[in-house]
Ligand binder design. Structure first.
Ligand SMILES: Nc1ncnc2c1ncn2[C@@H]1O[C@H](COP(=O)(O)OP(=O)(O)OP(=O)(O)O)[C@@H](O)[C@H]1O
Ligand SMILES: [Mg+2]
Length: 299
């Protein structure tokens, strides 16, 4: 699949640095298009960053987080992008978490520009319809001020594109990617499980949470009640990323029996690599995973 002449012209005339946001309904080929755009821009010697703002079907980081990465090698899929940093939203659905999602996208776009990206591509989730979709996508656009918005045009996205156009954004419509197919809820769930397991990697580490020295707090972006005094096993959590202030290391809260067999007395966070320093705060969300040992089996 190739970038069309019309799209190539749009990309060639982008300022430096530039931000491009891709919008469209679910399963219209947004992510496939982002990969195509990244490859075209790479071949035009542009340094490309990708912000993955699809918290439900995340590709760069685990679900429930906005993540970004810089494109280094010849890109084959969004999953092959090395994660640079993540920002916790704490759920796979954007409903009632829009403010937090927008804050995360802005943090990622800013950081990608600081990292020297010529073009930052923003992949988004498929919520574009109704008050919630229009509000969310307009807030994203107003916050990051993309130089170009590419809409995969279906009747459902038209009200939103109208709003964006009236707000003065440069918006170009293209047909949905031919061959893009509808994924079932089961496939979407399997994709989330697989993303969590590939994030954790082959050797996940358990870092003990010493409750006498660590503060456990509900993530402010979380809209649901969370009992911070008794955080359930499998809860999605986050600690500050020491290398990237304002970003988070995604982790999973685990509860195991201690030596005397007293259930619930040992709390840890599961992370891909050991932490250099113990965190002062662990943020917990209302998003819960099912675990078997250190493997995620439901997400
Ligand atoms: N040309 C193609 N041939 C075959 N399959 C394709 C093609 N383009 C996309 N697909 C598949 O169609 C599905 C939807 O495409 P994609 O993930 O790019 O859409 P999306 O709009 O990003 O979806 P979502 O809203 O879930 O993020 C994916 O499983 C993708 O692998
Ligand atoms: Mg996608």
């Amino acid at each position: 699949m190739k970038v069309s002449a019309a799209l190539a012209e749009e990309l060639s005339s982008l300022p430096k640095p530039a931000t491009v946001m891709v919008i469209g309904e679910v399963d219209t080929g947004k992510t496939t298009l982002v990969v195509l755009l990244a490859r075209w821009l790479q071949s035009a010697s542009r340094k490309v960053a990708i912000v993955d703002a699809d918290i439900g079907q995340a590709d760069i980081g685990p679900p429930g987080f906005v993540s970004y990465g810089l494109v280094e090698d010849q890109l084959t899929s969004l999953r092959s992008v090395t994660r640079q940093a993540s920002y916790m939203v704490g759920n796979t659905s954007p409903y009632s978490r829009g403010l937090n999602l927008v804050a995360g996208i802005q943090a990622c776009v800013r950081s990608a520009h600081r990292d020297g990206a010529d073009v930052t591509l923003v992949d988004t989730g498929g919520l574009v319809k109704g008050v919630a979709g229009i509000q969310l996508k307009c807030a994203k656009a107003e916050t990051i001020r993309p130089d170009l918005i590419i809409a995969l045009s279906t009747p459902g996205v038209e009200p939103l594109t109208g709003y964006l156009k009236q707000s003065g954004f440069r918006i170009r419509r293209f047909l949905p990617i031919p061959g893009a197919r509808v994924r079932s809820l089961g496939e979407r769930k399997d994709a989330r499980i697989s993303r969590w397991n590939s994030y954790l990697g082959s050797n996940p580490q358990l870092a003990d949470v010493d409750l006498s020295s660590v503060t456990v707090r509900r993530w402010p972006g979380e809209s649901r009640y969370v009992d911070t005094g008794q955080v359930p096993h499998g809860t999605v959590a986050a600690v500050q990323d020491p290398r990237q202030p304002g970003f988070h290391i995604p982790c999973i809260w685990t509860v195991t029996a201690d030596e005397e067999g007293e259930a619930g007395s040992r709390s840890s966070i599961m992370i891909p690599e050991p932490l250099e320093d113990l965190p002062a705060v662990v943020w917990v969300s209302g998003y819960r995973l099912e675990l078997e040992g250190t493997k995620v089996v439901s997400a």
